[in-house]
Design a protein around this ligand. Structure first.
Ligand SMILES: [Zn+2]
Length: 250
């Protein structure tokens, strides 16, 4: 049975994320835990539920103390993130409740917003409005998930992917056109290639949070010859996998 032995890697150990939770949430939920499980150092302070000003002050103090690489704000925490001074630190906002809390009405270029159209707590249109009033391109807003929580597998994968992208100092790429199908690729977890040496079809697990274009070397589980595996998410959102013999390109 083909198995995979690559994976397991990356994310600089010192990469810090300040995670700002939502109203009546508590630190240690699914989303910060997912980021932590994938190697990030996650600072997840408890924010005052009653007094927005106090919540902002707490978040600002944590930001100043830890100097995180990325700030993630969920729902009311998204509004908190918009209302603290984050300098040039990248923001990832999950269905931000900016209309309900705080004074900030725009976000900086480079910000990424994840939101479900089925969100019945914070309307999806609030994020469309935020993107438009900030003068940002439509791809700033990623439509994902089935509800307000954004705790499903696809949402978590996209959140992790964006954080990794920012942690590695990259800008959010211009995803032209079919955003939903691109995002669909994150739920695809298997691919296959044909070994160039023995002709066997090899099934491999895919971790698209590693990026939409990947290349790595692994030994064919059948004939043990090394193949260079290329994984590429195409315009339709499908992950294409191909292999070529690893060796002298001379
Ligand atoms: Zn083989």
């Amino acid at each position: 049975m083909p198995k995979n032995k690559t994976k397991q890697k990356k994310v600089l150990p010192e990469t810090k994320i300040l995670f700002l939770h939502g109203w009546h949430s508590i630190p240690g939920g699914v989303k910060p835990t997912h980021l932590k499980d994938h190697g990030f150092e996650v600072i997840n302070p408890a924010l005052d539920d009653d007094n927005f000003g106090v919540a902002v002050a707490t978040a600002q103090a944590e930001f100043d103390k830890h100097k995180p690489h990325v700030v993630v704000g969920s729902s009311r925490g998204g509004a908190v993130a918009m209302n603290i001074n984050t300098c040039n630190t990248k923001l990832v906002l999950l269905c931000p409740a900016w209309k309900k809390w705080g004074v900030a009405k725009t976000v900086r270029p480079g910000t990424v917003i994840l939101h479900s159209r089925s969100d019945d707590v914070v309307p999806f249109s609030d994020s469309e409005e935020l993107v438009a009033s900030s003068g940002l391109p439509p791809e700033t807003l990623i439509e994902i998930g089935n509800d307000h929580r954004l705790a499903d597998g696809s949402s978590l994968s996209v959140l992790l992917w964006v954080c990794k992208l920012f942690a590695s100092g990259q800008e959010f790429p211009g995803l032209e056109g079919e955003k939903p199908s691109f995002v669909d690729a994150f739920s695809q977890d298997e691919g296959s290639y044909v070994c160039d040496a023995c002709g066997e079809e090899i099934i491999i697990p895919l971790d698209l949070t590693e990026g939409s274009s990947q290349m790595y070397v692994e030994d064919c589980p059948v004939c043990c010859r090394a193949n260079t595996i290329h994984v590429q998410v195409d315009d339709e959102g499908n992950a294409q996998v191909r292999a070529e013999p690893e060796q002298d390109y001379e």
